[in-house]
Design a protein around this ligand. Structure first.
Ligand code: NAP
Length: 291
């Protein structure tokens, strides 16, 4: 039962109405008997005031989502190495003078891949997209010592921007426009890519859309992840599976980035059983939302 001692957490973003984070964290708290409550806060414009207000109200920790992951960088009192490197904060933890910033997206992505028996380690990697989620994929690929990284985006400039960011720490990075990939698949040198699908294409309600339809593309991939989780089986995932390639969706990433934040805030370890229980609850919510 919520009372005066209950610790308050939340997620800041806009839009935020469909966020699964309150369900995720409140379910974790209930399962682990932790006295906390987690709310969604729609911050329409002023993130600076929102953060000051949250601190003044004693809010213990927060997640940060679209469009504020970069903005909060200048508002935190401390920042961990990963968040600094990637240039985005998705988790805030209260300290004496303000909030410290963390990024649990990379951890979430790493665990989702590992827990499903996949691996990016020393692989040739394709990243479809060059937005915020692509950045988590990019830094994970670097951490996993990917043999090569090919960033493919509709807007080539954005792909080149990401390439430039990591040119100093990874020597084999290519940026390609989506159009040039579609016109000639030979731009892909290898036949065993681990592919990260990080664009919005195929997300509910546009479930039949797919970033690339040519089956030859899928033949060049060995396994992958589509970061979308609504629907659970995107057209991209179906195309991968049609070629016999293993491909997971983004739900485990969402859960594991949340679990990493929850563990940080509460200094606990969440068991595999509780993670499976939370996943069940989220799957039920997703199937109700799509009805
Ligand atoms: P973002 O920063 O807005 O980036 C969107 C990307 O999608 C850009 O590369 C954009 O290309 C591309 N794109 C959008 N519409 C396109 C179209 N019609 N054709 C070709 N490319 C298109 O968004 P984000 O934060 O990276 O999120 C991207 C996706 O990842 C979303 O579906 C989101 O739900 C998912 N995601 C999942 C998790 C998780 O935990 N599972 C976490 C983060 C994000 P341009 O640059 O050319 O516009």
């Amino acid at each position: 039962m919520i009372n005066a001692a209950t610790k308050i957490y939340g997620v800041l973003g806009n839009p935020i109405e469909h966020s699964l984070s309150p369900l995720l964290h409140n379910t974790l708290a209930g399962a682990m008997n932790i006295d906390m409550a987690y709310m969604a806060f729609n911050v329409r414009d002023n993130i600076d005031d929102a953060l000051k207000g949250a601190f003044a109200l004693g809010i213990n920790g927060m997640n940060v989502t679209i469009p504020y992951k970069k903005d909060v960088l200048r508002l935190v009192s401390g920042i961990d190495e990963k968040a600094k490197k990637i240039g985005a904060v998705n988790t805030l933890m209260r300290s004496q003078n303000g909030y410290n910033g963390y990024n649990t997206d990379i951890k979430g992505l790493e665990l989702a891949i590992k827990n499903n028996g996949l691996s990016v380690n020393e692989k040739n990697v394709i990243i479809l997209g060059a937005g915020g989620a692509a950045k988590a994929a990019l830094y994970l690929a670097v951490d996993e010592r990917a043999k090569s990284i090919t960033i493919i985006n509709r807007d080539l400039k954005k792909a080149e921007g990401l390439k430039k960011e990591i040119d100093k720490i990874h020597t084999k990075v290519k940026a390609i426009s989506l159009d040039s990939l579609k016109s000639d698949l030979e731009v892909l040198e290898f036949n065993d890519y681990f592919v990260f699908q990080t664009t919005n294409v195929g997300m509910h309600p546009f479930v039949n859309d797919c970033i690339i339809v040519d089956e030859k593309f899928y033949k060049k991939c060995s396994e992958g992840i589509d970061l979308i989780y609504t629907p659970q089986n995107t057209a991209f995932i179906k195309n991968m599976r049609a070629e016999g390639k293993k491909c997971i969706n983004g739900l485990d990433m969402l859960i594991m980035q949340g679990v990493a934040a929850f563990e940080l805030w509460n200094d606990v370890r969440v068991s595999e059983e509780i993670i499976a229980y939370v996943k069940d609850i989220l799957l039920k919510r997703l199937s109700e939302d799509i009805k």
